[in-house]
Design a protein around this ligand. Structure first.
Ligand code: GDP
Ligand code: IMO
Ligand code: MG
Length: 452
């Protein structure tokens, strides 16, 4: 049998075996999944918390987004930034899954695999890539960047995310499984590139793409990605039946969700917790817990409404103390106070049961700390979050003000070691949000964390 057919055969043979297994055990209701979701506009510190929680976890699985994400993990003095590979990779016992909901840029993925390997971390047998995940093509990145030069700038990361999801929903996208068959791959690529070339030359007046060159590149990529490809939904459901503990790692944040965020200034996927089930092919009944990662203040990178943004010295101070520069693009992040209006909305939409509060140490030297509790708009006070840009524009934040603690908290190991004012700020967040803060992060390193 030719090699390709053997590979395809094994993929479906495994499916068949798992299928009969599934029928026997479907009624056992185990719930070993915890979803980790960014509760704001991304960059809340998901990478740090996922790495931390991975210690007691079997599998970490990314469910949406692509290399637009930049998840930082700091171990000792070394800092790692991950874009596609789940943040559990630094724990040898953890298996990492890139789910069907993710859009994979092969170039970014290979760079990342090589980066991880260069630190003598074994990936083979630990990384599983969904055969149903869509691939980011050179034309997706090109179109993303061309559109950003037009009038309706979103301020994207330029990683081709929007155009790749357009093709997915247009049903013309190319998936990892298509790499298995050279004929299918070349036909699909040709059809796509011809269409994109018409768009590039006629609409955007841009140079056309070389079909053969791209086909060659993706055939080359196939050889490298092959050992990692599997049906990850089958893999995860089998793990669920064995009661393996799974962390579903969200990228971006709830307010960037294409359905629930500040549309159109959003990303093109569903970072909210609901996206975890569709993005991994696991049932909602398997979800036990949802942890919201919340930064102690707010940041946003890219365009769009941001009611508590401080364009004055406060914003600059938050940016410089918090090193608020994009982990993917290096762009300065817009900064401002914690926004309880959008946070309460996010907690509700995601069903967040506990909060991991991050970057609290960044507020160490502020005399006054503010929390927005409502928006003033056209003489009325809005207490619920309006996601439409028209209402959010010129919505004036109403603040409650708190005294700062003026002390260094990064060395605190226990909650009781935190200054009273710091404890007060945490408890105010719990009171206003109605959700307990179970983890307090006081620095980028693993040991700079207080679990309550
Ligand atoms: P993610 O996209 O949600 O994973 O977050 P990013 O990695 O893009 O941005 C978070 C940044 O804050 C990274 O540089 C982290 O190393 C850093 N960080 C995470 N938690 C803390 C914390 O509690 N204190 C400080 N000072 N930095 C933190
Ligand atoms: P992590 O996972 C912060 C923002 C972009 C832009 C919008 C759309 O590190 O938290 P896209 O490239 O997705 O089409 O851009 O979304 N954005 C992020 N902002 N953190 C991220 O990821 C982001 N990923 C996308 O800046 O405003
Ligand atoms: Mg980030």
């Amino acid at each position: 049998m030719p090699l390709l057919e053997i590979r395809a055969f094994y993929l479906y043979y495994e499916l068949f075996i798992e299928d009969s297994d599934h029928l026997l055990t479907n009624d056992i209701l185990l719930m070993p999944v915890t979803i980790i979701v960014g509760a704001q506009w991304g960059d809340e510190g998901k990478g740090k918390i996922v790495d931390l929680l991975s210690e007691d976890i079997d599998i970490v699985a990314r469910y949406q987004g692509g290399a637009n994400a930049g998840h930082t993990v700091v171990i000792g003095e070394r800092e790692y930034v991950l874009h596609l590979i789940p943040s559990g990779i630094f724990h040898k016992h953890v298996a990492c899954v890139i789910g069907n909901g993710v859009v994979i840029d092969p170039i970014a993925l290979m760079e990342e695999i090589n980066m991880i390997k260069s630190f003598n971390i074994t990936i083979e047998g630990r990384l599983f890539i969904s055969h149903n995940a869509h691939l980011i093509m050179p034309y997706h990145k090109l179109l993303d960047n061309i559109r950003e030069q037009g009038t309706n700038k979103i301020g994207t990361t330029g990683r081709g995310i929007g155009p790749a999801y357009i093709d997915k929903y247009m049903r013309t996208g190319i998936r990892v499984v298509d790499l298995l068959d050279r004929k299918v791959l070349s036909e699909k690529l040709k059809a796509n590139i011809e269409e994109k070339n018409r768009l590039l030359s006629k609409v955007y007046g841009s140079a056309e793409l070389d079909v053969d060159k791209i086909i060659g590149e993706y055939e080359e990529f196939d050889k490298k990605i092959d050992p990692y490809v599997t049906d990850t939904s089958v893999y995860l459901n089998a793990a669920l039946r064995k009661n393996k503990k799974i962390l579903a790692e969200g990228a971006q944040g709830a307010l960037l969700d294409v359905d629930h965020g500040t549309y159109p200034f959003v990303t093109s996927s569903n970072p909210t917790s609901g996206g975890a089930c569709t993005g991994l092919g696991i049932p909602p009944t398997a979800v036990k817990n949802i942890v919201g990662i919340v930064k102690a203040y707010s940041t946003r990178v890219g365009n769009g409404p941001f009611p508590t943004e401080c364009t004055d010295g406060i914003g600059e101070r938050l940016r410089s103390v918090g090193h608020e520069f994009g982990a993917t693009t290096g762009r300065p992040r817009r900064c401002g106070w914690l926004d309880m209006v959008s946070l309460k909305y996010s907690l509700e939409v995601n069903g967040i049961r506990e909060i991991a509060l991050t970057k609290l140490d960044v507020l160490d030297a502020f005399d006054e700390i503010k929390i927005c509790t409502g928006y003033k708009k056209d003489g009325r006070i809005l207490k619920t979050f309006p996601t439409d840009v028209q209402t959010l524009d010129n919505a004036e934040p109403v603040y409650k003000s708190y005294r700062g603690w003026n002390a260094t908290i990064s060395d605190a190991k226990k909650y009781k070691q935190l200054p009273k004012q710091t404890q007060h700020y945490i408890e105010i967040i719990e009171k206003l949000s109605g959700v307990p803060v179970s983890i307090v992060s006081v620095g980028a390193r693993r040991d700079q964390t207080i679990q309550r």
